[in-house]
Design a protein around this ligand. Structure first.
Ligand code: ADP
Length: 255
């Protein structure tokens, strides 16, 4: 599991990160995620979840300053370094917590086409990807709407369509269920279940983690505190308690 092979999607080799303020947000995180795994990243606020996700496509450290020999993050066996950012980012689809950080075009179709356009694809391919992606998120009839006039759940699905349109190998999601009502949350769950690639999902929604993921990482104080099968880890009430988390309702009922 810990060796870099072709089947390793994400590998963290002692990831340590300190913000310029001096705050250590990640401390020697070691972990390997295989192709096709769906992994939840949980922990209390301030645990370092967002900081970890931002390292996966080189959003941190700032301005891609990492040199080849210093890499602590590997995506599909490639080090996330300043010389390889472009290749690495082609592999990663990042869904931000707030859809407004991701949507800025006057129509849904233009937003979904933005990534494929940047990849330099031809018009027919872009058209095809936009249509397929809108279909995959259940929004084929919304292409000409203004994203600002959609609900939060719909805006999240448009963001996801934009991510899908780039055909990434790995999805990185930061709090995907925040501000979603139960129906929108359910729709998102079904869509993510159809994505065949690797997923890493930072979430406070442990029921969502339980329904979507096979494996969970517990982060607290920038350190990896647990890594294992989702039902086993989330059912461990003393572990959950120690890290400011609660055993999901479903696992509590069956105990
Ligand atoms: P989480 O996503 O688990 O809530 P974060 O990754 O946002 O945690 O934060 C981890 C730690 O880093 C926290 O102590 C937080 O206060 C700190 N932190 C986050 N962003 C910054 C920043 N831009 N500058 C300084 N410290 C930060």
């Amino acid at each position: 599991m810990t060796n870099s092979t072709n089947s390793t999607a994400i590998e963290l080799k002692g990831l340590t990160f300190r913000y310029p303020s001096g705050r250590t947000a990640l401390n020697d995180v070691i972990c390997s995620i295989s192709d096709g795994e769906r992994v939840a990243l949980v922990g209390p606020s301030g645990a370092g979840k967002s900081t970890l996700l931002m390292h996966l496509n080189g959003l941190l450290p700032a301005a891609s300053v990492v040199n080849e020999g210093d890499a602590q993050v590997f995506i599909k066996s490639q080090p996330v370094t300043k010389g390889r950012l472009r290749e690495v980012r082609r592999q990663i689809g990042f869904l931000f917590q707030d859809p407004d950080d991701q949507l800025f075009c006057p129509t849904v179709r233009e937003d979904v086409a933005f990534g494929p356009l940047n990849l330099g694809l031809d018009q027919d391919e872009i058209l095809n990807r936009v249509n397929c992606s809108l279909l995959a998120v259940g929004m084929p009839e919304h292409g000409l709407r203004n994203p600002s006039q959609l609900s939060t759940g719909e805006r999240k699905r448009v963001c996801l369509a934009g991510v899908f349109a780039c055909e990434p190998a790995i999805l990185v999601l930061d709090e995907p269920t925040s501000n979603l009502d139960p129906r929108a949350r359910r729709q998102l769950l079904e869509i993510l279940r159809t994505f065949p690639g690797t997923q890493i999902i930072a979430t406070h929604d442990l029921d969502f983690a339980l329904e979507l993921c096979q494996r969970v990482l517990v982060l607290d104080g920038g350190q990896l505190k647990a890594d294992g099968p989702v039902e086993q880890v989330l059912a461990n009430s003393s572990l959950m308690d120690r890290h400011g988390l609660e055993v999901p309702w479903r696992l509590r009922r069956t105990q």
